[in-house]
Design a protein around this ligand. Structure first.
Ligand code: SF4
Length: 399
């Protein structure tokens, strides 16, 4: 890896990592908030049914899709963690109490099902998650630590992962550190072990710096110093680092033909709020679905004669398949009443702006937030619509 000309001064995190999980919930203004990690965004139909029932019976009736392909339940009463944890564990959604918050894994959408990638990353997702859970030391990773597993189509490599794998060809995989190609390359079969070693190297370097950093790029010279822990040799070699493709601002939408002749439907969930009824419908349509970082859901493996009916059924519930829909451009934070910090009901305001075709900034990609923290802001060029005491402030800036 080429090193920076001058050390980067690491910012200091003052707060302990309080990232919510399924067991360590966050006390929000509308009740408990539980975040369920979904490695690779893949849920079986039965897991969806369990989540839908939990949302209906324990929460506010919705599942929130996050920018990391995870799910959140809101409005949980005090003491519901035990009941929720038991349900999730029985459904295979909580395979580790100790590591549940660190299982943040984004994977290429439809990898192995549609063309565009060099490898099928689904086995990587399973192996990386299993490797994380098998190492007690990796339970110390911050809850915000993110792995991106990109099959070469370039959809998730640019989503600011701490460690990442990017297939450069069917035989070569690049290790990304802080979203940049480290120059360490290996064969696909060795890639997961390298990524896990990089996660351990992050912890080692964080300890060496006496840091409490949540993200690899928050360490002083993070990518270079983590790279220095990863001695090349045996199966790893330094190659020429390649530019990492920028993540698309919006993900794919509509119907995608799979390599096996079947079809996948990809629909955006407005505001990322999936109702329990929508989740139940998804569970009836496919054996598994994939959640994406663009707050959409993928219904794969549809036979030709089932596609139209599935699309109509989902459309009727509010799932969006139109590439021109404003819902592809708008994301929000929770806002009021869920967040006590919020200065506005941003979801209601964004919905009203969409309905009246009065989105600011000409309808450009935009994120509405109830305060300056701008939770859930997507990567890339986004217009910020931030609530202030004087109304919404509209800011056009780049990451
Ligand atoms: S951006 Fe502010 S108002 Fe919105 S969820 Fe985050 S802390 Fe709450």
């Amino acid at each position: 890896m080429s090193s920076s000309p001058a050390p980067v001064v690491a910012p200091v995190r003052e707060r302990a990592d309080a990232c919510p999980g399924a067991l360590q919930t966050h006390a929000a203004a509308d009740g408990g908030l539980a975040r369920v990690r979904v490695p690779g965004g893949v849920l079986t139909a039965e897991q969806l049914r369990v989540l839908a029932a939990a949302a209906r019976e324990l929460g506010d009736g919705h599942l929130e899709l996050t920018s990391r392909g995870n799910l959140q339940l809101r409005g949980l009463p005090v003491g519901a963690e035990g009941e929720l944890g038991g349900r999730l564990a029985a459904a295979g959604l909580l395979p580790s109490d100790t590591h549940e918050r660190v299982r943040n894994v984004l994977a290429s959408t439809l990898s192995g099902r549609t063309g565009g990638g060099h490898v099928d990353v689904r086995p990587w997702v399973r192996a990386f998650d299993a490797g994380l859970r098998a190492d007690p030391a990796l339970a110390e990773l911050p809850g915000r630590f993110l792995a991106t597993l990109d099959d070469g189509r370039g959809d998730v490599a640019g989503l600011a992962g701490d460690v990442g794998l990017l297939a450069l060809s069917p035989t070569t995989v690049a290790l990304l550190l802080g979203g940049v190609d480290s120059g360490l390359h290996c064969a696909p079969d060795d890639a997961v072990a390298l990524a896990l070693d990089a996660a351990r190297a992050f912890l080692a370097e964080r300890a060496a710096q006496g840091s409490t950093a949540w993200r690899l790029t928050e360490l002083t010279d993070g990518p270079a110093r983590v790279d220095a822990h990863l001695a090349p040799g045996h199966v790893r070699q330094h190659g020429r680092a390649v530019p990492v493709p920028a993540a698309p601002v919006v993900g794919p939408v509509g119907a995608a033909m799979q390599v096996d002749g079947r079809t996948a439907l990809i629909g955006v969930v407005p505001l990322g709020r999936l109702s329990a009824d929508q989740a139940d419908l998804l569970a009836r349509l496919a054996a598994e679905v994939q959640l994406t970082p663009w707050r959409s859901v993928v219904v794969p493996d549809l036979a030709e004669d089932a596609v139209d009916d599935a699309a109509v059924d989902l459309f009727r519930t509010g799932i969006v398949f139109d590439e021109a829909s404003p819902w592809l451009q708008v994301t929000t934070c929770a806002g009021r009443p869920g967040c006590a910090k919020s200065l506005a009901d941003v979801r209601a305001d964004a919905m009203a702006a969409v309905a009246s075709r009065a989105l600011p900034a000409g309808g450009a990609r935009q994120h509405w937030a109830g305060c300056e923290r701008r939770c859930g802001r997507p990567q890339g060029g986004v217009v910020d619509v931030v609530a202030t005491p004087a109304g919404y402030d509209i800011r056009i800036e780049k990451d």
